[in-house]
Design a protein around this ligand. Sequence first.
Ligand code: ATP
Length: 249
Amino acid sequence: MESTVLELDGLSKAYGAIQALDDVSFAVRENEVLALMGDNGAGKSTLIKILSGVNDPTRGMFYVNGQEANFGSYEDAEAAGIATVYQDLAIAPNRTVKENVFLGKEPLVEGKLGEWLRIVDDDEMERQADKVLNELGMEIDPNADCGDLSGGQQQSVAIARAIESDPDIVIMDEPTSALSVEAADRILNLIERLKEQGRTVLLVDHNLEEVFEVADRAAVLASGRLVGVEDIDRLDQESMIQMMMGSEL
Ligand code: ATP
C-alpha cells in the first residue's frame, strides 16, 4: 500500500493583496518523484518556501510522516526530514567541494553564502563528504575548488549538501535550468538515484520532456490554486499545458 510522506492541508499564503497560494491540499507518496508544475507566478516557489521552513503559511497546515509540521527555520525542516536545493545554489567558489557540502545552510536560503562550516575537523569532513558523494555515484574530488567545477558539477555538490542530512524528502527548484543537455541528464540520473535510495523528490522543472522522463506524478498549480495531481502516464505535453493554464484534466 502506498503511504503518504507529506500531506498538505489547505495551505494558503498571501503577500498583502496577492494570494500567492490558495487553499492547496494534496498528498505526496513515499518514494515518488512528484513534479510541481505551474507557469511563472503560479505559486511554486511560495510552496517550496513554506515546506522548507523559510516562510509561514497564512492559513493551512502540513504534515511530514504524519507529524504536524510547524517549522520556524530551514533547520527545523531539515530535522523533520526535508532538504531543499534552491535555484540559487549558493556555492562558495573559493571553497573546496567538501567545505561546500558542510557550509552552514541557513544563510544559503537567503542566497548568501554560509560563513561557517558545520564540521571543522578536516579529516572528518573529507570522510563524510566522500561518503555522500559515493552514495550518489558522483566522481568529484572532495578537495577540488568549487570555482573550478562545471555548472553541472556545482549542481551535484548542492545536491550532496542537501543529502548530507539524510532527508526523506528532497525538494529541487529547477535543478537543470542552467545546464547543457548532457549535464541535465546526469542530474536526472541523480534524481533517479535519490529515488533508489528510498527518498521522495519534489521537483520544480519547466522542461516538460525532463518531467515526463523522471516524474511519477505531477501536481499542477495555476494562480496559486491546485488544478490537479495526476499520474504522469495519464498526461501528455498538451494536457499538461492545459492544466498549467487552469483546466482540470
Ligand atoms: P516562477 O516560476 O516565476 O518562479 P512561481 O510559480 O514560483 O513562479 P511564486 O514565486 O511563488 O511563483 O509567486 C506567486 C505569486 O506571489 C506571484 O504573483 C508573485 O509575484 C507573488 N510573490 C511571491 N513572493 C512575493 C513576495 N515576497 N512579496 C510579494 N509578492 C510575492
